[in-house]
Design a protein around this ligand. Sequence first.
Ligand code: ASP
Length: 303
Amino acid sequence: MNQYAIAVHGGAGTILRSTMTPEKEEAYRKGLSDAIAAGEAVLKKNGHSLVAVEKAIRVLEDNPLFNAGRGSVFTNKGKNEMDASIMEGRSLMAGAVTGVRNIKNPISLAKAVMEKSEHVFLSGEGAMKFAELMKAEREPDEYFVVAERLEQLKKAKEADKTMLDHIGTVGCVALDVHGNLAAGTSTGGMTNKKFGRVGDTPMIGAGTYANNATCAVSCTGHGEYFIRAVVAHDVSCLMEYKGLPLSEACKIVVQDKLVKMGGEGGLIALDAHGNIELAFNSDGMYRASKKQGGEIFIGIYRD
Ligand code: ASP
């Protein structure tokens, strides 16, 4: 039996101590530890890492503090269009959805694509049709609306910019006692996104990747750069083809490759030995991790 391990993130970006209140900080910490607890409950009972990842992400999607599910950011047209993906390291099976609306838990829909369809990646109208067939839980528009997000859209429109949210995307990586890795990521994307924009989050290899032979990775940051750097798969490739340890692979991709391109953000990663990396090049990243029998670690800022 392996020792289980789990890590979650709640987005990376300009997260500064100076703009945080103690109440807000406490709420984020609780959000992250609730997600770890939900995932750990599965792992403790010798459950599968894929299920642990789904459960942890659902908790973050249901929490309006984070930019996924309830609390998703707004598109230029004032809508919530969500993306999610999930991957299993044992089978290299994966599922993803993009541009879905009114779906309470996009991560569960991505898992359904993996397990119940013959495809990997469904978009927009087709993904919504599949959600209907799967009887995916739906919520009305109002459920997803958070006042702070509307304010962010107003500001982004005034600046005529697509903005990386400060309270971002969510993700989870887990290793179960059977030695299987899994990764998942879910987001509302970037504030003021236009033209059906798709970020890295639902792209297998960019925002999410898992392979038992190497690692499980979930990313957060400026998606356009993460797509071009194929971040999650690149970390895995550095381990597979160059034989690098997880820490070294993450450092090269996050602190060197992405920085040179101007790609702000970070990732959480876990290898088959239970080593955890929480790497970012932004001011902060909401992050938490826990190993079997260990204490929970929660971090927000760079220091
Ligand atoms: N990576 C996400 C996207 O580009 C945003 C984020 O991580 O906050 O859609």
